[in-house]
Design a protein around this ligand. Structure first.
Ligand SMILES: [Zn+2]
Length: 209
């Protein structure tokens, strides 16, 4: 169902960077790291704080996910210059037009900076298109440092093949024995429980703010 993690046989992963939004998908992707690479795999958790208003709820949730996974480190990177290149959408959510691309490119750059070979995110195909992971990996290789393919972080989006069904997400969480109640995800500010993510949480019996 999901894309298996790819490995370079000669280089066991010393550390894996988890792009951690504090939502259910990030937590499941983190649990999959442990399942596929073993419980001792060092996870470096990174929260990209581009949305300070919602981040007040999301960042603590990301920290809880990092703690639950036994991550070696958790970091929050702030991007304060919203007025310059971010826009506020109709839901009051700060974003940029290439958010899916941006998140992974920043993550890859952070991984390079830290000498981390693997980047994992909980990005789902319904948000980006099924071909997104492969295209993104090609883009990273093509535009990486000096076109050095060996230095390009390897991207893993294990949830990309999942159907746009939160029931599938919950089934995967159950299989992995991962609780989702203290995750947080909302696409609206102020959060009023009406956005797509809140409605999905409601259907799944997860707390909605
Ligand atoms: Zn919401």
């Amino acid at each position: 169902m999901r894309i298996p993690f790819r490995r370079r046989p000669s280089l066991p992963p010393l550390a894996v960077l988890l792009l951690n939004s504090g939502g259910p998908d990030s937590r499941i992707a983190g649990a999959l790291i442990k399942e596929d690479w073993g419980p001792d795999t060092a996870i470096v958790s990174l929260y990209l704080d581009f949305n300070p208003r919602n981040g007040k709820r999301a960042e603590p949730a990301a920290r809880r996910t990092a703690r639950l996974l036994g991550a070696r480190e958790h970091h929050s990177l702030a991007f304060p210059h919203q007025g310059a290149w971010w826009f506020e959408n109709r839901s009051g959510y700060w974003a940029n037009p290439y958010l899916a691309l941006w998140v992974h490119v920043v993550g890859a750059q952070y991984a390079l900076h830290r000498g981390i070979e693997h980047v994992v995110s909980g990005f789902r195909g319904d948000a980006s298109g099924a071909e997104f992971p492969e295209l993104l990996q090609k883009l990273l290789v093509m535009t990486g440092p000096g076109n050095d393919r060996e230095r390009c972080p390897i991207l893993h989006l294990p949830l990309a093949p999942l159907a746009p069904s939160y029931e599938v997400t919950v089934a995967e969480a159950k299989r992995l024995s991962v609780g989702l109640a203290d995750t947080w995800s909302c696409n609206r500010y102020p959060s009023d429980g009406t956005c797509k993510k809140c409605r999905a949480r409601e259907r799944l019996g997860l707390p909605v703010s």
